[in-house]
Structures are given as C-alpha cells and as structure tokens.
Design a protein around this ligand. Structure first.
Ligand code: NDP
Length: 306
C-alpha cells in the first residue's frame, strides 16, 4: 500500500514553526512584510492572492495588496515595484503572474530587489540556486524538497527523473534534487520513450500540465511520485475515466462543473508507487507555506543587516 505524502500536514508543520520566528521579529521591531501586486482580474490569480493574504494574516505577517487595473502599463508596474523596493517595512515582493498582456513581465521581475524576491524568480537568485549559494528558492520546488525530507524519503544517491523544464518548477526542482546528491534526468516534450526514462526513477516528479499523463507504465514499483500538476478538467467523461467512476469525485464534478486532476493517474500512483503526493492535498499546500518561509527568512536577513 503506497504511503500518501500529506502536503496539508507538512504545510501546517512549516507554518507552526514559522509562528515563533514571526513573533520574535515583531517583538524586536516589526513583523515581516509581504507585498503582493495583483494586476487585472484573472480569477485564478485572485484566488491564489486571497490565500496568500490569509496565510500572512494567520501568521502575523503584514500583507499589502496592490491592485492596479487591467489597463496598467509596464512603467506604472515598474514604479510600484520600485516604491516597494525602497520600503523598509516590506521584506518580500510578489508579482502575481500572469500580468496583463501589455505589461513586460520579464522587465518587472528583473526590477524586483533580489533581496525581496520571495518567489526566487530573479536571475540573481536563479544564479544562487545554480551555484548552491543560500537565498530564496522558488516556492513549489522548495516545498517538494521539504515534503521529501520530512517524510524521510532518501534523495542522496537515488535516480530522480523530472518531467517538465519550466523556470518555475522543472528546472529549479531538478537543481535542488541535484544539490541533494540525486542523479537527475530532466525530460520534456521532445524526450523519446519518456515512459522508459520515467521507469528508471526512484523519485519521479511530474510537472507537465497534462491531466493524468503519467500512467502505470511510467512508474517503477515502489518509486516516490511527486505530482505537481494542477489541471482543471471540465469533461465529465474524462473525469469518470480518470477517477474510474468514483462516486465522490463525480458528485464533486456535478456540483462544480469541473474537477482538479494532477499530471499522474491517481490510481496508478496509489497502486504502483511506494509513496506519492495526492492532488489536491499534496504539493499545492506547500507552495504558500514556502512563500511564507521565504518572507520570514528575508525579514530575518534584513533585520540582521540593520
Ligand atoms: P509549463 O507549461 O511551463 O511547462 C510544462 C513542461 O512540461 C514543459 O517543459 C513541457 O515540455 C513539458 N511537457 C508538456 N507536454 C509534455 C509531454 N507530452 N511529454 C513530456 N513533457 C511534456 O508548466 P509549469 O511547469 O508551470 O506547470 C506544470 C504543472 O504544474 C501545471 O499543471 C501547473 O498548474 C502545475 N503547477 C502547480 C503548482 C503548485 O503549487 N502545485 C505551482 C506551479 C505549477 P517543453 O518544454 O518541451 O514544452
């Protein structure tokens, strides 16, 4: 029987460890501060930002939300970021992506002070990641390392296969696993015989964005499968096939008109792997916890530098 790696439990553990650190910062001057820039009205982004603001409130982190309109220009977002860079009470700046299409996202991300880049996306921090120098790490990949370590899954000396090479998940998790001494293979849409490569993995990370693509023939028996995918599917037929007509999933689909599916077939993971992260309740909850951790670490670094 595969072990379920419970992201909610690990998230709660991480958050409860952060609480005294936030309290200590508040007692010695001021609490950590996180600013979130949410431009436009992307419904997914609004939900993510609401959850981030709530996590800050629960921990006692000061949060500030800037909500420029859909029509905002690159210059206006740059000016807002510049102001936040200068603010002593703000330790972390997060620009929620996607930005409206007329805004040059690359220029905005480059403008964030690397010290306050709690997403770990600034090229300076990507360089630190490559060189294995301390600094903020991208939140989802950092969360994956946390869950593996907290469940005692060995990484050193193991074969890890990462499917996906995005800047926000695939590449950084591959580097973090490498720094933990795994032997890492990165796969993508041009990788031949992907299933055979995946079957070599002791740790298989799926960060693809394709519902239930990782089926039984991709998983080595006993492997650990980390399913990063968050795909909303709105076909009842697909939901019924993927969840093998599980009544609770179909009832949930009928209520909402869609259902969340990872990149791995949930039944294949449960039947073949040794341990796996479920969707929902696996990797997802860790991302916000690591954002909070990066914000607190940034506040501590900045307090020490004063
Ligand atoms: P991207 O679309 O940026 O990258 C997807 C990667 O998957 C690409 O490298 C692509 O290859 C590869 N890929 C696509 N199709 C195939 C295929 N058929 N075979 C092999 N490789 C393939 O996605 P993200 O990295 O941003 O996100 C991946 C998933 O993770 C999504 O479902 C997203 O919603 C989820 N996610 C979840 C988070 C969480 O907190 N749980 C946070 C961030 C993302 P190529 O480069 O060749 O095109």
């Amino acid at each position: 029987m595969a072990q379920i790696l419970d992201g909610i439990r690990v998230r709660d553990e991480i958050l409860s460890e952060l609480k005294p650190r936030v309290a200590a910062l508040a007692a010695s001057g001021r609490p950590p501060g996180l600013a979130v820039v949410l431009a436009g009205h992307d419904p997914g982004s609004e939900i993510y930002v609401r959850n981030k603001v709530k996590a800050c409130q629960d921990l006692g982190i000061l949060s500030e939300k800037l909500t420029p309109p859909d029509s905002v220009s690159t210059a206006e977002v740059l000016a807002a970021v510049e102001q936040l860079n200068q603010r002593p009470d703000i330790d972390g700046i997060l620009v929620q992506l996607p930005l409206p299409k007329q805004v040059d996202s690359k220029r905005i991300l480059l403008a964030i002070d690397p010290e306050k880049d709690v997403d770990g996306f600034h090229p300076f921090n990507v360089g630190n990641l490559v060189a294995n120098v301390p600094g903020p790490r991208a939140c989802t990949p950092a969360g994956i390392i946390e869950i593996l370590k907290r469940y005692g899954i060995p990484i050193s000396g193991r074969r890890a296969v990462v499917v996906g090479r995005s800047d926000i998940v695939g590449k950084p998790i591959a580097l973090l696993l490498l720094h933990e001494n795994a032997t890492v293979t990165i796969c993508h849409s041009k990788t031949p015989d992907l299933a055979a490569v995946c079957r070599e993995a002791d740790i298989l990370v799926a960060a693809i964005g394709r519902p239930a693509m990782i089926t039984a023939d991709y998983i080595k028996p006993g492997a650990t499968v980390i399913d990063v995918g968050m795909n909303r599917i709105d076909s009842r037929e697909d939901a019924a096939r993927i969840f093998r007509n599980a009544p609770e999933k179909l009832a949930s689909f009928d209520k909402k008109g869609n259902v969340l599916v990872g990149d791995a077939d949930p039944f294949a993971m449960a039947e073949i792997s040794g341990a796996y992260t479920p969707v929902p309740g696996g990797v997802g909850p860790l991302t916000i916890a690591m954002l909070m951790a990066n914000t607190v670490a940034s506040a501590e670094r900045r307090a020490r530098a004063c």
